[in-house]
Ligand binder design. Sequence first.
Ligand code: SAM
Ligand code: SF4
Ligand code: SF4
Length: 340
Amino acid sequence: MSTLDTLGRPLRSLRLSVTDRCNLRCHYCMPEDEYVWLPREDVLTFEETVRLADLCGEMGVDRVRLTGGEPLLRRDLCSLVAQLASRPWLTDLALTTNAVLLADAAAELKTAGLGRVTVSLDTVRRDRFVKLARIDALPQVLAGIDAVRRVGFEDLKIDSVITRGDNDDELGDLLEYGRSVGAEVRFIEYMDVGGATHWRPESVFSRAEMLEQLSARYGPISQLPSPPAAPADRFSLPDGLAFGIIASTTQPFCRTCDRARLTADGVLLLCLYAQHGTDLRRPLRAGASRETLLNLLQAVWKGRADRGAEERRSVRDRSSYIPLRVLKRDAHLEMHTRGG
Ligand code: SAM
Ligand code: SF4
Ligand code: SF4
């Protein structure tokens, strides 16, 4: 029987952040000029990461997503992929990436045993990409997506964060791009997570607005069934093209959330909005036994009551969640450290 938290939720899905470094500066995630980075000596080795992942496997996790920062900046990522892919408890091994470095890595990742790739892409216009991510890298990203298809990954997804006044006029174009490369596009609402220091309620382009805009262009949209703990609601255009919406801000799905996050330095976080985590690196490096670590994990999950996005939704006069001066004191509060 898997351990359930205080709301009856099991732990099934682990997001493993392998680095807090990134080669883009997306406006909703890393808008500042300076960041405080995790000390390099604190970053877990792959052996340490796999040991902790194995414990999560014992807790009931069967899905792992590699994330960051930008996971492809982590040297020799394929070796971690290969080690994880061989775990008997794992049924789904995925990667979330900005795809800037994907063209050169795709074939090796496939050979190493990676199952699925999700690319974050918010625009298909080069000038806009520069404006939103502060680096001129759209050609590399598109080459990365081409490479993923060429080497035979199936179930490619493109995640697009839509923000008002930035790319809310591009939903149809992103869908058409997704169609052309055989990827399912998922539109994500802008969240006021740590690091989103420019977040304002009026910048959120809601699920309802997304559906309205798409039905004005394509005609009636129908909802498709989606698996119980899936964050995205799935829809279909009249011509059958499927897409998703992750309404994390206006219609959060905390009640079915079965995810935990492990930062690159071994801090376990149970919610994107969690202000504190559990340091697993210290006991691990101090030589704690498998039983001790497992008991710790079980106790932490049992006590979990997080409903971060739901709680944020009921806050009046909402502005960005964690002030910049607080973020500067603790990198663990940043979305680019916890991995999204
Ligand atoms: N660098 C990789 C990437 O962008 O795919 C992986 C890490 S990134 C933190 C993971 C996901 O978080 C991305 O899809 C990104 O768009 C999303 N994200 C970051 N900040 C966000 C915000 N404020 N609201 C909604 N999604 C956000
Ligand atoms: Fe953008 Fe991902 Fe980097 Fe954040 S971590 S700045 S979302 S590419
Ligand atoms: Fe899960 Fe927290 Fe996100 Fe809610 S806000 S879905 S509890 S990670």
